[in-house]
Write a protein that binds this ligand. Structure first.
Ligand SMILES: Cc1cc2nc3c(=O)[nH]c(=O)nc-3n(C[C@H](O)[C@H](O)[C@H](O)COP(=O)(O)OP(=O)(O)OC[C@H]3O[C@@H](n4cnc5c(N)ncnc54)[C@H](O)[C@@H]3O)c2cc1C
Length: 493
C-alpha cells in the first residue's frame, strides 16, 4: 500500500483522530498502517465507544449490551482479522425464533438456517418448515423478498411501514418475520425506518449468500474485544490517549487544526495536526463544530444537517440465575417486549480458559443471560423494577425452567442514545467524510457510510475518512474492502 505521509514536522502527528469508537479505531488503524503518524484522543478510559463493557459498580460484574455482527459486515470482519479480535467472535449458522407458551401449549421453536440449496434459496427449506408462520404468511414474505432480489432502493424516502402495506404483508408475517429482523437490526419502528435500509438488511443477509447471513457474537466483553483493535493501532505506531475529552477545536493561523483537552487539573493540553478526523456521534460533532466561528465553512455546511438526526434507545436486562434455563446460545423472542435473549454464560464460555480476574462471570455456578429490547422508547419512562418485573414474567413463557430458577443478581441498562434512526429521507443529510474548507474529516456510523447505525457502518465511515485524508495528501490508498460476492444463482441476478 502507498505510504500516506510527507506532511509533517518532526513531532507533530499527521492526523489527529477524536473518538476511539469503531469509526475512530478503523481510521487510526488504516492511516497508521499506511505509514501516517496518528494521534487518537478518547474521552473515556477505554476504546470501543458505544460497544463497551464495564464493571457494574453495584454488582461487581462485567456487563455490556450484546452487539452482534453478520457475515456481510466485511469491513468490521476485516478490522477484527487484522487485529486478532476475530478469534473472539462466535459464528452461528442459524437463528432460533421462539413463540411464547399458551395456556395449552409449550413454547414453539422455529429455526431459520442455510441449507443445501443455492442462494437466494439457501434459507428456503428451513423457512418452509418454520411453524411460526402459515403458508399464506410465507408466500407473502417470499413475494416481498423477491423485491429485494436484485438489490434495494437507492432512494430512502419510503418508510418501511408503507412498503409492508404496499406488498400486502399479513399481520403474522409482520410480527413473526419482518419485525424481529428490522427492529433488531435498524433499532426503530417501521415508520421511522426507510425501506432502503430494511431492503439492504434482507438483500445482504438473507438473499445474496449464506455467508452474508452468518450471525457473529463477540465472546469477550466488548471493551476487551475492541481493546485488541486499539492495541493493534498502537503496535502500528499510533498514539492513543485515553481520558482525553476534547473541549474545543479550532483552525490556527498556520492552517493547522488544534484540539483542546482539559488536563483535569484546571489546565489544558493542546494537540495540533494538519488533518483532523472527528469520529464522534452526531451530537458530539455538533458540539465541537458549534465552537468554530460562525462563518467557518465547516460549521456553516455541516451543523445545519445535524439537526435532522434523532436517536433511538435500547434497553438491556441482565440476569444471573442459579441454574441454566435454556440450552440455546441466543434466540429471537416473538410477541413480547423482550425481543432477543443472549445466553452470555454460554457465549463467553469460549473465553473461560483465558479469563482475566476482571471478567469473571457472576457467582460460582450462576448463569448469566441478557435480554434486549430494541427501539425501547416505551421503557425510557419506566422504572428499572417495572422493566425487570415485566421482562421476567415474559421470560417464563419462553423458558419454563425459569419458573424454578432464582434470580441472584440483576441489572437494567438503558442506552438512551444507542443509535441514530435511519428515518425516511435522512440520507441526503448524512455528510460525506470530507468537510468543506480543508483538512477536516468526518467519521461515525451516522455519516454517509452506505449502512445503517451499526459497527459495520462505523468501520466503513472510518475507512472512508482515512481514504479522504490520503486523497488530501495526494495519495490514492484504498482502505474499504468490498462486500461479499453473490453466491449460487445470485451470481446471475
Ligand atoms: C445498546 C446498543 C446495542 C447495539 N447493538 C449493536 C449490534 O448488535 N450490532 C451493531 O452493529 N451495532 C450495534 N449498536 C450500534 C453500534 O454500537 C454503533 O453503531 C457503533 O459502535 C458506533 O461507532 P462510532 O465509532 O460511530 O461511535 P461511538 O461508538 O459513539 O464512538 C465515539 C467515541 O467518541 C468518544 N467521544 C465523544 N466525545 C468526545 C470528545 N469530546 N473527545 C474525545 N472523545 C469523545 C466517545 O467516548 C466514543 O468512544 C448498538 C449500540 C448500542 C448502544
Amino acid at each position: 500500500m502507498d505510504k500516506v505521509s510527507g506532511m509533517t514536522h518532526s513531532l507533530m502527528p499527521d492526523v489527529l483522530v477524536i473518538g476511539a469508537g469503531a469509526a475512530g479505531l478503523a481510521a487510526t488503524v488504516a492511516l497508521s498502517g499506511a505509514g501516517a503518524r496518528v494521534s487518537l484522543l478518547e474521552r473515556k478510559p477505554f476504546a470501543g465507544g458505544r460497544a463497551y463493557s464495564y464493571i457494574h459498580p453495584a454488582l461487581g460484574e462485567v456487563i455490556d449490551s450484546q452487539h452482534v455482527l453478520l457475515g456481510c459486515c466485511t469491513n468490521l470482519v476485516d478490522l477484527c482479522r487484522l487485529s486478532g479480535a476475530s478469534e473472539h467472535i462466535r459464528w452461528y449458522d442459524s437463528i432460533t425464533f421462539l413463540e411464547p407458551s399458551q395456556a395449552d401449549a409449550s413454547p414453539r421453536r422455529s429455526e431459520i438456517k442455510a441449507g443445501m440449496l443455492p442462494a437466494p434459496a439457501h434459507n428456503a427449506l428451513s423457512f418452509l418448515r418454520a411453524p411460526m408462520l402459515s403458508l399464506a404468511d410465507k408466500s407473502r414474505i417470499a413475494l416481498g423478498l423477491l423485491r429485494f432480489l436484485h438489490g434495494y432502493p437507492t432512494e430512502d424516502d419510503e418508510p418501511f411501514s408503507a412498503w409492508l402495506k404496499r406488498t400486502g404483508q399479513t399481520e403474522l408475517a409482520i410480527r413473526h418475520f419482518w419485525e424481529p429482523i428490522v427492529v433488531g437490526t435498524l433499532n426503530d419502528t417501521f415508520e421511522r425506518c426507510s425501506t432502503r435500509y430494511a431492503g439492504q438488511v434482507f438483500h445482504e443477509s438473507f438473499l445474496r449468500s449464506a455467508a452474508g447471513g452468518r450471525f457473529g457474537i463477540p465472546s469477550q466483553p466488548l471493551s476487551e474485544f475492541y481493546g485488541q483493535v486499539a492495541r493493534w493501532a498502537e503496535q502500528q505506531g499510533a498514539r492513543l490517549s485515553y481520558r482525553a475529552g476534547v473541549e474545543s477545536i479550532e483552525v490556527l493561523s498556520s492552517g493547522l487544526w488544534q484540539a483542546v483537552v482539559s488536563d483535569g487539573a484546571g489546565g489544558v493540553i493542546r494537540h495540533t495536526a494538519p488533518n483532523l478526523v472527528l469520529a464522534l456521534p452526531f451530537e458530539q460533532t455538533a458540539r465541537l463544530l458549534a465552537a468554530l466561528p460562525e462563518d467557518s465553512p465547516q460549521r456553516r455546511s455541516i451543523l445545519p444537517l445535524l439537526s435532522r438526526f434523532t436517536h433511538s434507545p435500547i434497553t438491556t436486562i441482565h440476569l444471573w440465575l442459579d441454574r441454566e434455563v435454556t440450552d440455546l446460545d441466543h434466540a429471537a423472542l416473538l410477541d413480547t417486549r423482550i425481543q432477543w435473549m443472549f445466553n452470555k454464560t454460554r457465549i463467553r464460555s469460549l473465553e473461560s480458559t483465558s479469563r482475566s480476574p476482571e471478567t469473571r462471570q457472576g457467582p460460582v455456578g450462576s448463569h448469566y443471560i441478557e435480554l434486549v429490547i430494541s427501539a425501547s422508547h416505551a421503557e425510557l419512562g419506566q422504572r428499572p423494577e417495572q422493566i425487570l418485573h415485566s421482562a421476567t414474567e415474559e421470560l417464563a413463557k419462553f423458558f419454563p425452567k425459569f419458573c424454578q430458577a432464582e434470580v441472584l443478581k440483576s441489572a437494567v441498562l438503558k442506552e438512551v442514545r444507542a443509535t441514530f434512526s435511519v428515518t425516511p429521507g435522512l440520507d441526503r443529510f448524512r455528510p460525506r467524510s470530507e468537510a468543506p474548507g480543508g483538512n477536516l474529516f468526518l467519521a461515525g456510523d451516522w455519516t454517509q457510510s452506505g449502512w445503517p447505525a451499526t459497527m459495520e457502518g462505523a468501520v466503513r465511515s472510518g475507512r472512508l475518512a482515512a481514504e479522504a485524508v490520503a486523497r488530501a495528501t495526494g495519495n490514492t490508498a484504498n482502505f474499504l474492502v468490498p462486500g461479499l460476492p453473490p453466491a449460487g444463482c445470485m451470481k446471475w441476478l
